[in-house]
Design a binder for this molecule. Structure first.
Ligand code: PEP
Ligand code: MG
Length: 877
């Protein structure tokens, strides 16, 4: 019979999780499948919400519960409160989403001073008194809020008095005495006797479970897991079966496959003569589940058979709780089991091989976050020391090496074959050689989109940044963290997954998945690599978005190709002005005449041509989007502190230049297209280098496909000026292929005037790092290490807007620009090259917004391919 607030297990199914909670829906499903589930019923989440909103239960609830209780009594042939052979029931919580251990359970409801004798007559004195004392303590703490420690204290005192170490050594008389002590505790706290009416016990336990939805720990858990607060919990009432009634009884947990590796087989634990809570509490060591075959072959065979039934029904790994009572198997719970990232891939692929699910379903069951986890080397943390600091986990991985506080010395040390961790207060483009040479990068300032973080992710280097506890003294060649001092050359370890920093060297294991993408292992190398290759291939076949790479060097471009890039979506050109070329930039800045400017640019030209030739060769046949120089020129000058002690004329001139070019907000200053227009000839030199490199590649028989991208455009006139000049320059290069000119959309005004800008742009690429920074008015270099953590705690941000695109704000700018850009120029190609291009949630957004491609750092490519595929899957049917 269908009722409003209570459903018999026989009346529900696995799709009713909203109403019956996960546990209730799965119990109903098992009942429907004819599996041995003790009779019972579920009180709906709706009843819980009613109670939490109004402080009273729905008027029909008591009658409905009574009705369903009678059905349970009939099914099992025992009555609640029957002095001769009492029915006992369990009351358990179970919301829509699993919240393990966060809410309440009360077992053995129905025991009173009278019924305890009836239970003893069927199960023995010791068993009956043991159940009664469990009820009083669980009811006492759950329903009336008596601290659990009071009951534990009484139990411990009794054990001491009897001189025994464990509960099973206590006799029936001991437990009877303990019940007396528990009742006194109950009376002392509540001023009333322990209730002797089983119906009252049941009603109160149900209400206590409802209320447990709102305990502090449950709220904290939901907040952390992003579970809505207004769902409420269902309550499952089930006839008790006893795993603790003798040696032919027991209780256990089982997995249909190994949740750590995905290997097929029988996995789990079994504890003879015990109740479920004993397994969880680890009171005794459980036996491996295989032992059950020896102890009770029939139950074991039935369990294995049921595991097969559940796997076929759920088409997935299931975990199970069961009890055996006098040789009879009972199923108490099942659900789709949690698993490690590796097992998620392996199981999904196995189920495809077994014909249980199709590839689309398999792709739904894995995600980019799991794949990303599998791509990092990891520390083996067993026996690891306490961390000395924690910062922002900016680029994942695990790296140990000698702390080096200077980029040049890092290069030297790496050249001697030493493992290096480059430690800086913050990094700047000048640190690039040291960053490349280092295994890991550690800074005490900056967030996830700081220079160190962006560059490190691009290079696949482990990076922890913004570790504010660290006092980094680069001049002194040391860092301090509380009492710990690390000097140059000392070994340290940085964990880019957790953001933790350790003293000393920790052992690491490389990722087989990366070795596969690098061509070092083939797809048959093992079940994990096989599964990943298969699911990424299916994602490739499914996705609409192209996936390109952010790559600045031929080496990065070559690696990106191996990782499946369909081109370079962003080649930043700024690092090409570093190293020995800095002298030329300084000459450019110090130039006092047009001739001097032209001379400096003329020297840069062949160097740039060489840069572009290399990257075009590595990406032959695929697009390479080269962005003209973006950061302010003074970033290439020595730091002010170094110049203050200026001794030469040149230093003094540089010092004057640094002072002259100082800006209060350099991020909003003379950079990108503004710099290109302010320094005549600079962009033209880059365009010429691109054109000449392409022409040279064509002569060599290559297929170069460069594109020119203009940064920081806010108005169409800026772009029109640069484009006209670029076309003039390119027209004068014999043999150059056609080279499209497009723009970044990274200034909010550009997004808002995208229709105008499209008239001059052959493509758009969203620079969502700057777009986020400028739309929010939030410094990308500082926010994450200053107030952002507080904002996350306060719930202003669910995730950092620099990590996952802010759909409501920045996302609207993106959508608007796509629409107006394409309205003005039908077929306009649109992509994204900010860090969001490699973020799973953002990729789904870019798919929906109709972008043509995402571009991300090479190591992120497999994740982006997988998520772009997932984004294009049809809705699950
Ligand atoms: C961006 O702003 O998103 C971008 C890709 O450019 P950069 O990170 O180099 O400023
Ligand atoms: Mg930018």
């Amino acid at each position: 019979m269908r009722t409003n607030y209570v459903y018999d297990f026989a009346d529900g199914d696995m799709d009713m999780k909203d109403l019956l909670g996960g546990k209730g829906a799965n119990l109903a499903e098992m009942t429907r499948l004819g599996l041995p589930v003790p009779p019972g019923f579920t009180i709906t989440t709706e009843a819980c919400r009613f109670y939490l909103e109004r402080g009273t239960t729905p008027p029909e609830l008591d009658a409905e519960v009574d009705l369903h209780l009678r059905r349970v009594e009939q099914a099992i042939g025992r009555r609640l409160g029957d002095p001769g052979d009492p029915l006992l029931v369990s009351v358990r919580s179970g919301g829509r989403f699993s919240m393990p251990g966060m809410m309440e359970t009360v077992l053995d409801i129905g025991l009173t001073d009278v019924t305890v004798a009836g239970l003893a007559a069927h199960g023995g004195e010791r068993f009956a008194w043991d159940c009664y004392r469990r009820l009083i303590s669980m009811y006492g703490s759950t329903v009336t809020g008596i601290p659990g420690t009071e009951f534990e204290g009484a139990l411990e005192a009794l054990r001491r008095e009897r001189g025994v170490a464990t509960d099973p050594e206590l006799s029936a008389a001991d437990l009877r005495e303990l019940v007396g002590a528990y009742k006194k505790i109950f009376h002392a706290h509540t001023g009333t006797d322990f209730p002797q009416d089983p119906a009252e016990q049941l009603r109160d336990a149900v209400l206590a479970v409802f209320r447990s939805w709102n305990t502090e720990r449950a709220r904290v858990y939901r907040n952390a897991e992003h579970i809505p607060d207004d769902l409420g919990t269902a309550v499952n009432v089930m006839a008790m079966v006893y795993g603790n009634r003798g040696t032919r009884c027991g209780t256990g947990v089982a997995f249909t496959r190994d949740p750590a590796t995905g290997a097929r087989g029988v996995y789990g634990d079994y504890l003879p003569n015990a109740q479920g809570e004993d397994v969880v509490a680890g009171i005794r060591d459980a036996l491996p589940l295989q032992e059950l075959e020896r102890l009770d072959g029939a139950c074991y065979a039935r369990l294995v058979e049921i595991m097969g039934v559940l796997e076929r029904r759920y088409r997935d790994l299931c975990d199970i709780e069961f009890t055996i009572e006098d040789g009879r198997l009972w199923m108490l719970q099942t659900r789709v089991g949690k698993r490690t990232a590796a097992a998620a891939f392996i199981i999904a692929a196995q189920l495809v091989d077994e014909g249980v699910i199709d590839l689309d379903q398999a792709l739904r069951r894995v995600d980019g976050a799991a794949l990303a986890q599998l791509m990092f080397p990891r520390f083996d943390l067993e026996g690891a020391p306490e961390p000395i600091a924690t910062g922002v986990a900016a680029s994942p991985g695990a790296a140990s090496g000698r702390a080096v506080f200077d980029s040049h010395r890092a290069v030297e040390a790496a050249g001697r074959g030493e493992p290096v961790i480059l430690v800086r207060r913050e990094t700047n483009p000048d640190d690039l050689p040291g960053m490349l040479a280092a295994r890991g990068i550690l800074t005490s300032r900056g967030g996830k989109t700081s220079h160190a973080a962006v560059v490190a992710r691009g290079m696949g280097r482990t990076c922890v940044c913004g570790a504010a506890e660290l006092d980094v003294d680069t001049a002194g060649g040391l860092l301090r963290s509380g009492p710990v001092t690390v000097r140059e050359g000392d070994m340290i370890s940085v964990d880019g997954i957790t953001g933790k920093v350790y003293l000393g060297e920790l052992p690491v294991t490389p990722s087989p998945v990366v070795r596969y993408f690098e061509g070092d292992l083939d797809a048959a190398a093992g079940p994990l690599v096989h599964a990943v290759s298969r699911l990424v291939a299916h994602a490739d076949a499914t996705r609409r978005l192209d996936v390109q790479a952010n790559a600045d060097t031929p080496e990065d471009a070559a690696r990106a190709r191996g990782f499946g890039a369909a081109g370079v979506g962003l080649c930043r050109t700024e690092h090409m002005f570093l190293g020995e070329r800095r002298v030329l930039v300084e000459r450019l800045i110090l130039a006092e005449s047009e001739e001097e400017v032209a001379a400096a640019l003329a020297e840069l030209l062949p160097l740039q041509r060489e840069d572009f030739t290399g990257i075009l060769a590595a990406m032959d046949g695929l697009p390479v989007t080269i962005r003209l120089i973006d950061p302010p020129l003074h970033e290439f000058l020595p730091p002010l502190e170094e110049l203050l002690a200026a001794s030469t004329d040149r230093d003094r001139a540089l010092l004057a230049a640094v002072r002259r070019m100082h800006e209060s907000n350099p991020m909003l200053g003379l950079r990108g297209v503004r710099l290109g227009l302010a320094v005549p000839g600079l962009f033209a030199m880059q365009v010429r280098a691109i054109g000449e490199a392409a022409a040279a590649r064509v002569r060599e028989g290559g297929d170069p496909r460069p594109e020119i991208m203009v940064p920081l455009v806010g108005d169409v006139r800026e772009l029109a000026l640069v484009r006209a000049e670029a076309e003039r320059v390119l027209a004068g290069i014999p043999g150059a292929p056609p080279i499209p000119v497009g723009t970044m959309i990274e200034v909010p005004r550009a997004a808002l005037t995208a229709g105008d800008i499209a008239a001059e742009a052959e493509f758009f690429s969203f620079g969502t790092n700057d777009l986020t920074q400028m739309a929010w008015g939030l410094s990308r270099d500082d926010a994450e290490s200053s107030f952002l953590p507080q904002y996350l705690r306060l719930g202003v941000f669910a995730t950092s807007p620099f990590e996952s695109i802010d759909e409501r704000g920045v996302g609207r700018l993106v959508e608007l620009a796509v629409q107006e850009g394409r309205a003005a120029r039908p077929g306009l190609r649109v992509g994204v090259c900010g860090e969001h291009g490699g973020d799973p949630a953002s990729i789904h957004f870019f798919h929906r917004a109709g972008l043509d491609y995402v571009s991300c750092s090479p190591y992120r490519l497999p994740v982006a391919r997988l998520e772009a595929g997932r984004a294009a899957l049809p809705p699950a049917g």
